[in-house]
Design a protein around this ligand. Structure first.
Ligand code: HPA
Length: 268
């Protein structure tokens, strides 16, 4: 990790204040970064390569309304076979570069029936059902404490700002609990019924390890899910990755507008 941090420090004039992690089909935000310096993941020492379709695999550093930021376009998922250390590598590097706030985006299945396909939902809390944690093993005290608190994992003040920003753009941002599963198969209808009973509104295959690693380092987190499909068994139709990407593309402009207006408000 130190190699990657030093590599980027040597090449960046301004330390980033805010990080953004873009999920499946949501990579277009990276094109909006001002004065971008682009690092394809394969050029950064130790950086995991992303193999998921719809993930570009590059780090874009620059600014948005004079807030220095760093954008991960493409992330490493556990289902790709990456170790959990690799899945949170980018978050830890961002933290070591001085990032104090990270906005995560992801594609998710909607469990809460009040959501529709294409809804944007603010994550209020999560259920870690991936059976692992990035904090397993000896604690690295340079990152954070052994037993970090997770009661305010999704920053309350950031959520208020996100809702205000969405409203100013003419839409509401509902909140929901995100269940993080390993994937890569979509869930069974029985699993979705189980997830509803235990309090999940959304289901996806990312974000949870990253938020745990970020909170370990004291980084404030905001996460926005794009409901690309209703979860298994809710509608009488199958789920496919193309549909997930298509919905992501359809909602892209709304999410871009939201990030554009919101990210500079998280930098102070
Ligand atoms: N389940 C899990 N992950 C997902 C889904 C889903 O239905 N849609 C997009 N990511």
């Amino acid at each position: 990790m130190k190699q990657a941090v030093d590599f980027l420090k040597d090449r960046l004039n301004t330390p980033p204040a805010v990080g953004v992690v873009l999920g499946s089909g949501l990579g277009a935000f990276a094109n909006h970064v001002e004065n971008p310096v682009v690092f394809p993941y394969e050029k950064i020492p130790g950086w995991p390569q992303s193999t998921a379709v719809g993930h570009a695999g590059k780090l874009v550093c620059g600014a948005l309304a004079s807030t220095p930021l760093i954008v991960m376009s493409g992330r490493a998922h556990l289902y790709e076979g990456h170790s959990i250390d690799k899945a949170v590598f980018g978050v830890r590097v961002m933290g070591k570069l001085g990032v104090k706030a990270i906005v995560f985006t992801n594609a998710a299945g909607g469990i809460n029936l009040s959501y529709g396909q294409g809804s944007l939902v603010l994550i209020s809390d999560h259920l870690n059902l991936q059976g692992t944690s990035p904090l397993i093993g000896p604690n690295d005290d340079s990152l954070g404490p052994r037993f970090p608190d997770m009661s305010d994992a999704y920053d309350a003040e950031f959520r208020v700002k996100a809702k205000e920003t969405a409203r100013s753009l003419g839409f509401e941002l509902p909140e929901g609990v995100y269940a993080g599963l390993l994937g890569p198969s979509y869930e069974t209808p029985a699993e979705i019924r189980f997830l509803r009973v235990i309090g999940a509104d959304l289901v996806g295959m990312s974000t949870v390890p990253e938020v745990i690693a970020a909170r370990h380092m004291g980084i404030r987190c905001l996460a926005i899910s794009c409901v690309t499909n209703m979860a298994a068994g809710i509608l009488p139709q199958k789920i496919n990755h193309e549909e997930v990407l298509e919905t992501g593309a359809r909602v892209r402009d709304r999410l871009l507008a939201l990030l554009h207006a919101l990210v500079p408000r998280l930098g102070a």
